[in-house]
Design a protein around this ligand. Sequence first.
Ligand code: DP6
Length: 331
Amino acid sequence: MAAATACANIALVKYWGKRSSALNLPAAGSLSLTLEALSTHTEVELHDGDEDELVIDGRRMEGRPLERVRAFVDLVRLPAADRRRVRITSANAFPTGAGLASSASAFAALAVAVSEAFGAGRSSRALSVLARRGSGSAARSIFGGFVEMVAGEGDDSSSSYARPVLDARIELAAAIAVTGSGPKAIGSTEGMEHTRRTSPYHEVWIAQAARDLELALRALRASDLDALAEVSEGSCLAMHADAMAARPGVVYFQGATLRAIETVRRLRRSGVPVFFTVDAGPHVVAFTPPEHLEKVAAALEAEEGVARVIRSRAGEGARLVESWVGREGPP
Ligand code: DP6
């Protein structure tokens, strides 16, 4: 039995496009902040039965989610020459059903727990390479705080990994404005692949992503929040412009998304250091120094169409923890 916890992360410089789907290699680097409030706890048990089992938030999973996890477990199980099956139990510490369920925290926690269960000790870098095979953003959740994803080169899987930004001189917290309803948007894996194949802007986007990463790292190290805000909002909007330019266009924004973006910009004009980002969905994440978090969260809460606001500090990296089996439930 092995148990691990990992936190999701939100990108300030977005990952949107792969150079290899088979190895899940990103076309450019990215930058994120790991968030404490969005955590996943995962336990892996080995057994001699015939089937792998996956239970997420109390629900037994079959079909594609189970296949994706089985293929991931095989990356550790086959080299370990161990034929045992796994029983995976996973629980998210954030409200499910709000469209926040994250492959980042899920595959980071799973990478740590599965490696431990099969006795396959790995360095943090190797864990992040492994987590990347499950989901690109999961590589970043192996580490806490600000994290850079290195794109790497060619077909070399080990060349693309995440690493913590140890010399950042900005501290940020996040207010996550949960907005939106209606049919589920197209998932990020599918959305970015469709964009890569059909958007006339994609090459320009990838070239800009690499430049944005350098600019953002420089801003973090120079304690220049204005510069970080500009590059991060620019990266988010350019990613969405790329997706919208696909044929047919992929539109993640809803009315409330645009209103929340405007709220963040209005706050900034009034002197509050805050900036927004939006992933492959309608929710808006506002980044701000911890001392401004409550004010930003309250302003977003007052916005029409914002169902709730989750407040989060920066979180730690993925780690082994005690099992909760035999207890009330996840810690
Ligand atoms: C918009 O990591 O979910 O959140 O590698 O296909 O699993 P796969 O994609 P995923 O994509 C994340 C996209 C994003 C931007 C980001 O987190 O950088």
